[in-house]
Design a protein around this ligand. Structure first.
Ligand code: GLU
Length: 300
């Protein structure tokens, strides 16, 4: 049951990211399973130089280690292209010329608002002439999945039974970049990942990934979506919330061990008096003790 952590090198890891990584590692190591690290660097416009090295160093300082060379998505684009070609050959894709603004508008009307992030289907049934007109206008299309909108169920280790629709998700963006959901499904299968532990902000993406896995005939991992760390304003933790990275914490006098202890305690894995050494955390790990609610972090 190989586990993994898959950071995007767009900024330094904050306490929420570090805690998710530690939890993913503990899920795996407490069973003696392999653990892998995958850098999700496909979005070149958001990747920042030097951040990957810093993320890896921070994880290592926390005690998170991994068993094979780090995998970078930017080095695996052929794999994604091959999966996209397979979906296309099976007739499962259609070109979508919509801009974000057009999707927002169409999603708001006229049949009432669609679920968050759902595609209103504008380009699903475009005629050849309509497609040609868009192309003539210089619009390059994204590729979307023609889903059957059937609900897909799975059982999450923390959230229990879940069901959602694998909708018309983008598999290739209009700049040619493979989309997150596609790349994750291809990689988790290729790397033999049997258990995905990640932040519960990604719970909604799981039905889409299940659908892609089914269409690509790939194995489906188990899932555990762990609670996020929020700032005092209730929003997802970010730089503006103060001293939230390992370097910030070091400047405030906290060692990596102290940060690890905070991660374990705030996640419900250890009480104030408990041993929070790595060994003790691995030995005592029990996922049923994990908090289900987000943790609010206050910089004081
Ligand atoms: N790269 C994603 C992130 O940083 C995580 C993807 C995943 O774990 O499936 O939020």
């Amino acid at each position: 049951m190989t586990g993994r952590y898959a950071p995007s090198p767009t900024g330094p890891l904050h306490l929420g990211n570090l805690r998710t990584a530690l939890l993913a590692w503990l899920f795996a190591r407490s069973r003696g399973a392999r653990f892998l690290l995958r850098v999700e660097d496909l979005d070149a416009s958001r990747v920042r130089p030097g951040i990957e090295a810093r993320q890896l160093a921070d994880l290592a300082a926390l005690g998170v280690d991994w068993d094979a060379a780090v995998v970078r998505q930017s080095e695996r684009t052929e794999l994604y292209a091959e999966a996209i070609a397979r979906l296309d050959e099976a007739g499962a894709l259609y070109p979508c010329f919509c801009t974000r603004a057009e999707i927002r508008e169409a999603a708001a009307a006229p049949h009432g608002p669609l679920p968050e992030g759902a595609y209103p289907g504008t380009c699903r049934e475009l005629s050849t002439a309509q497609r040609a007109r868009h192309e003539h206008d210089g619009r390059s299309p994204a590729l979307r999945l023609r889903s059957d909108q059937e609900p897909l169920g799975f059982t999450d280790a923390l959230h229990g039974k879940q069901a959602g629709v694998g909708d018309d998700v983008v598999v290739r963006r209009n700049d040619g970049t493979p989309a997150y959901n596609l790349a994750v499904v291809v990689d988790d299968a290729a790397q033999g990942v049997g258990e995905v532990v990640r932040g519960d902000d990604l719970l909604d993406t799981t039905p889409r990934q299940l659908l892609l896995a089914r269409l690509l005939d790939l194995p489906v991992p188990r899932f555990a979506h762990v609670p996020l760390v929020l700032g005092a304003d209730g929003r997802r933790l970010a730089k503006r919330h103060g001293a939230v990275t390992l370097a910030d914490r070091a400047a405030a006098g906290d060692s990596p061990e102290a940060v690890r202890a905070w991660c374990a305690r705030s996640a419900g894995l250890a009480g104030p008096q408990d041993d929070v050494s790595l060994d003790a955390l691995v030995r005592s790990f029990d996922s049923s003790r994990l908090t289900r609610a987000p943790t609010v972090w206050r910089d004081d």
